[in-house]
Design a protein around this ligand. Sequence first.
Ligand code: FAD
Length: 320
Amino acid sequence: MAEVLVFVDHADGAVRKPTLELLTLARRLGDPVAVAVGAGAAATAGVLTEHGAVKVLTHEAAEYADYLVVPKVDALQAAVVAVSPVAVLVPSSAEGKEVAARLALRVGSGVITDAVDVEAGEQGPVATQSVFAAGFTTKSRVSKGVAVITVKPNSAAVEAAAAAGTVKELAVSFSALATGTKVTARTPRESTGRPELTEAAVVVSGGRGVGGAESFAVIEALADSLGAAVGASRAAVDAGWYPHTAQVGQTGKSVSPQLYIASGISGAIQHRAGMQTSKTIVAINKDAEAPIFDLVDYGVVGDLFDVVPQLTDEIKTRKG
Ligand code: FAD
């Protein structure tokens, strides 16, 4: 059976959820072969095997942490040469997209980024993308070389599927470019205890309607009742009410959760570009004419300071 490479995103051996989603998609195309590099790579094998990896190729070296992107491209290229896969699936993070683009260039392939679905096709894997602020859905396939596809988080369910999971050391020789950009410092972000925005199954966002930094506590309380990540519109970020890392939209992060709740957000096209592929969209806005209501599954016309606390209380009550 054809093999499909899945590039593993992990932190010291803890595999991130989008990688497990890629394994679900990879199984539709062939036998998933996971490629894990960096510190803790060998420790990823157990969970990858439980989710369908027939092989896990690992390589640990200091270069992956000390230099940006290129060592990972070198490793993935080595895996492509070793395996001759039908496709390479990479998580659609900023880094993942850079790795995918560089890999495609190196191996002379086409690349598709930000896919929201991948299926087998007669002439190779077919990727679904949601484009023009999700105004259109397109299907594409790579017509030259191995299909390199980056897939957005939450595009598939995580499914357990025990597989052989043979672990092998990947032989990687770093290119001259690998040490071109050195990481000079690292500062861990203060933990909020909430899930990562781009990976969260539920995102609760606030916009200019929230009215100030302190009022974001209302949004955070709803998020915490649902175990959600907190997002913000650019207006709220530009006003200094919430960090830029939480910005959703064209110039912020792209999210695709199961549930997106927008409060006090008008629904400008640049905001929609980052959230419109969410599975269920809920908006709370006091203006019944706000454009956000054109794309919602459920809309509440009302003052968010009336609606959101009631919603939070109701969720807490139902959760017991
Ligand atoms: P507004 O448009 O001002 O809307 C606020 C809403 O809150 C209104 O609909 C109002 O009715 C409602 N409201 C007010 N008070 C309450 C209340 N008490 N209860 C309920 N509702 C209330 N924007 C992004 O979000 N992300 C991006 O990445 C992004 N990138 C951009 C890139 C470019 C190149 C440009 C030009 C713009 C970009 N923008 C982006 C900005 C975008 O155009 C909008 O200006 C922005 O999204 C508006 O944010 P907002 O909806 O919070 O504010």
